[in-house]
Structures are given as structure tokens and as C-alpha cells.
Design a protein around this ligand. Structure first.
Ligand SMILES: Cc1ncc(CO)c(N)n1
Length: 220
């Protein structure tokens, strides 16, 4: 059987494409995305990552062995270091960390993060990891794809953002996340279970597409 993550992607190709080929990403890659769209997105993304860090911590709680715990720990460390990018970029715009934290969460931010947290609370470790998987693996895929276009434009306004996700550290975490999920699936995922996981995956991918929309709507 094809490894779990690729199979989830293939089975939910439409939802996956709506996320990784979103208009927000096309404009971002071309450097034409309005600054207001990007800033609104990034502030919400900071709030999003606070909740995703909690979800990674929940993955430690849901783990029954050292290997799964270390995988969750690596994911949590990745999110905390990713947030330094958000704090740095927002700081350049004159926004402090306190102001970031005081910004109200957009309904889509709430929907996506609490959905993932609930998958983890009500389900097992695999439910939670599948709900989390579009996040890190999707951003790694997007950044790899758009990097050549971004690097071909001198003074690209979003170069720093893209190089964070296209960089070795982030790409390694994404690869390890995918391999870990595939390994767990080999041991525990039956055909019957696959259908339920597919629904979780499709929902998370749709919520990722909605998340880009927060940015686009802010600039219209
Ligand atoms: C909404 C969203 N999805 C994925 C990532 C990647 O970590 C992110 N920062 N934000």
C-alpha cells in the first residue's frame, strides 16, 4: 500500500489542491500580494501557532512510547522556532508580541485550531497526527515549489517568509513528520480506519484553504 500521507493526498486531491494552489499563494509567489493581506494573515497565523503548539503538546500526552514523544517534541520545537519569524516580521511593522496576543482570533483561526485540538482530545494519536499533517507538510511543499519564482525576483517582499519554510530545518521536520505518520500507519491503520482518517485530512486541508482566505478578504 502507498504510504499513508501520499494516499491521503491522492484520495483528497481536490481539497489538497485548494490549499496548496490557493490564490493567496500565487500572489505571494509573484510578489503581488497586498501587504495588508499578508500582515492580516501573519497575525492570525501567530495566534494559530499558539494553539498548534498546544496540539503538539497534546501529542506528547497521547503518546505511549519514547519515539512518539520525541516526534511530538520535535514538532513543538519547530513551531516555537517558526513563531520567532512571526514575532520578527511583526516587530518590523511596529507590532509588539503583547499586541499580537491581544488581537482577537478570526473565526477561521478558531475553527481550524479547535477542530484539530478536538481530534486529539476525542481521538487517538493517529487522529491527531493526521489532523496536524496538512499544516507542516503542506507549507514545506508550497515553499519548495514557489522558491525558484521568489528567488528570481530581486527584492521580493516575502522572501524571508519563503526561505523560512523552504529552509533545511523546516524541510527536515516536514519529512520526519511524514515518515513518522507513515510508520505508525503501517502498524495500526486498517482499510476501515483509512476512511475516517480521510475525513479528518480533508477537513484540515479545507480549513487551510480558508485560512489563506482570511488574508485575501482583508485586502478586498
Ligand atoms: C495555517 C497554517 N498552516 C500551517 C502552518 C505551517 O506551520 C502555519 N504556520 N499556518
Amino acid at each position: 500500500m502507498t504510504a499513508l500521507f501520499n494516499r491521503l493526498k491522492e484520495t483528497n486531491a481536490k481539497e489538497w489542491a485548494s490549499y496548496v494552489d490557493h490564490e493567496f499563494i500565487r500572489q505571494l509567489a509573484a510578489g503581488t500580494l497586498p501587504k495588508k493581506a499578508f500582515q492580516t494573515y501573519l497575525i492570525q497565523d501567530y495566534l494559530f501557532l499558539i494553539q498548534f503548539a498546544r496540539a503538539k503538546a497534546l501529542a506528547v500526552y497521547k503518546s505511549q512510547n519514547l519515539k512518539d514523544m520525541h516526534a511530538a517534541e520535535q514538532g513543538l520545537a519547530g513551531i516555537l522556532s517558526e513563531m520567532e519569524l512571526h514575532v520578527r516580521l511583526c516587530g518590523e511593522w511596529g507590532l509588539s508580541e503583547a499586541e499580537l496576543e491581544a488581537t482577537p482570533e478570526h473565526p477561521t483561526t478558531i475553527a481550524y485550531t479547535r477542530y484539530v485540538l478536538d481530534c486529539g482530545v476525542s481521538g487517538d494519536l493517529i487522529d491527531l497526527l493526521v489532523a496536524l499533517s496538512p499544516c507542516v507538510i503542506g507549507y514545506a511543499e508550497i515553499a519548495r515549489r514557489i522558491r525558484p519564482e521568489v528567488e528570481s525576483i530581486s527584492g521580493h517582499p516575502y522572501a524571508e517568509w519563503v526561505s523560512e519554510y523552504a529552509g533545511d530545518a523546516y524541510q527536515t521536520i516536514a519529512r520526519d513528520t511524514e515518515n513518522h505518520l507513515d510508520e505508525l500507519a503501517k502498524k495500526y491503520v486498517t482499510e476501515q480506519r483509512f476512511a475516517d482518517l480521510g475525513r479528518i485530512f480533508a477537513t484540515a486541508a479545507r480549513l487551510e484553504a480558508d485560512f489563506w482566505q482570511i488574508g485575501l478578504r482583508a485586502s478586498q
